[in-house]
Design a binder for this molecule. Structure first.
Ligand SMILES: CC(C)(COP(=O)([O-])OP(=O)([O-])OC[C@H]1O[C@@H](n2cnc3c(N)ncnc32)[C@H](O)[C@@H]1OP(=O)([O-])[O-])[C@@H](O)C(=O)NCCC(=O)NCCSC(=O)C[C@@](C)(O)CC(=O)[O-]
Length: 304
């Protein structure tokens, strides 16, 4: 296919977004998962979040996990933070890439981080300054970008305004989260287009959940617009604890499998990634949704 990016950057979010929505797994298993992912060719891993342990007990051991990870020189690791305190913790732990989350939907933001969207945006300006002052980057992730589980559609203008405010305040890049899988290709096209009109210089990541089966279709729509930065989680682990019915992210191995066959490089060893997905399934103790984990890649045939 023509006019697609020659290469995408995949940020693996299974250890954070994935595991936050599973029964807590032991610290050893988290470290093993991140280390195994570090050997697959994935260039970026969202390793942990620094949130209140009462809100997300699954991330209570973030400091210990991060201190034990064998950091690979060719992998960039990041941490998600919800507020200033989380940012301080992440920087103290040595992270140099932060992601700060805010929901375009006020209701979701209050459920998620106990603040209005405007209050979070005020905090984000301080978090960006703090990160930059300590030599780190800070991406703003706008959740509920294509809809809120509590309030339905969120106007595109509102989503762009929230992201643009953080960009004006110095965010190094932006990401749109489809928290509960409400995006469809035309909605992706519209939001990406409007965001770029307002912020032509800002690099953009997209974070899709497959809750309604449109995850890879949304990726294709975004690729056709030249977007080359996607989140995905190994095996399709994941969800959002503050979004009833949310299911996992698009599966990393499904993303790699599809785009590589379209001539878009990822740098990822697909067989190695599938092996990690199988291991992740054992860790969480239930079947993960990834179809490529079940069926194998199209290049893997069976004897007649
Ligand atoms: C944001 C808070 C902390 C507000 O929680 P709060 O209760 O409003 O916090 P507070 O500021 O009032 O402080 C109360 C106490 O908590 C402490 N505290 C304050 N902050 C922290 C922190 N970061 N880590 C540890 N402790 C913290 C603080 O120090 C204080 O301690 P005390 O003085 O009473 O002893 C809480 O609501 C929270 O942790 N929420 C996190 C929710 C979350 O992690 N959601 C999932 C991630 S978002 C997501 O998955 C979506 C995404 C990114 O994937 C994209 C998409 O799909 O859309």
């Amino acid at each position: 296919m023509s006019d697609l990016p020659g290469r995408i950057s995949l940020r693996e979010v299974g250890p954070r977004d994935g595991l936050q929505n599973e029964e807590p797994v032991p610290t050893d298993a988290k470290v093993e998962l991140i280390d195994a992912l570090s050997r697959t060719g994935v260039g970026r891993i969202e390793a942990v979040s620094f949130v209140h342990p009462r809100a997300i007990p699954q991330m209570a051991d973030a400091d210990e996990v991060w201190s034990r990870v064998r950091r690979a020189g060719d992998v960039r690791y990041s941490a998600l933070v919800p507020n200033l305190r989380g940012a301080e913790r992440a920087l103290d732990a040595g992270f140099t890439e932060l992601e700060v989350v805010v929901s375009a939907s006020d209701t979701h933001n209050r459920k998620n981080v106990n603040r209005s969207t405007e209050e979070s945006l005020d905090d984000i300006a301080k978090i960006i300054d703090l990160a930059h002052g300590r030599g780190a980057t800070c991406q703003v992730i706008v959740s509920t970008a294509w809809g809120c589980p509590y309030g339905g559609d969120v106007p595109v203008e509102r989503v762009v305004a929230v992201a643009s405010r953080a960009v004006r305040d110095g965010a190094d890049s932006a990401s749109f989260g489809d928290t509960t899988g409400m995006a469809t290709p035309p909605r992706v096209t519209r939001l990406v287009g409007e965001f770029r009109m307002a912020n032509p210089e800002t690099s953009l990541n997209l974070h899709f959940h497959n809750t309604r089966g449109t995850g890879l279709a949304n990726v294709l729509a975004a690729l056709q617009l030249g977007v080359a930065d996607f989140d995905a989680s190994v095996g399709g682990l994941g969800g959002c604890p503050y979004a009833p019915g949310a299911t996992g992210n698009i599966a990393s191995e499904e993303l790699v499998h599809m785009v590589e066959d379209m001539g878009v490089a990822t740098g990822v060893d697909l067989d190695a990634l599938i092996d990690v997905a199988a291991r992740a399934e054992t860790m969480v103790g239930h079947t993960l949704p990834s179809q490529v984990l079940r069926a194998g890649p199209r290049s893997r045939t069976i004897s007649p």
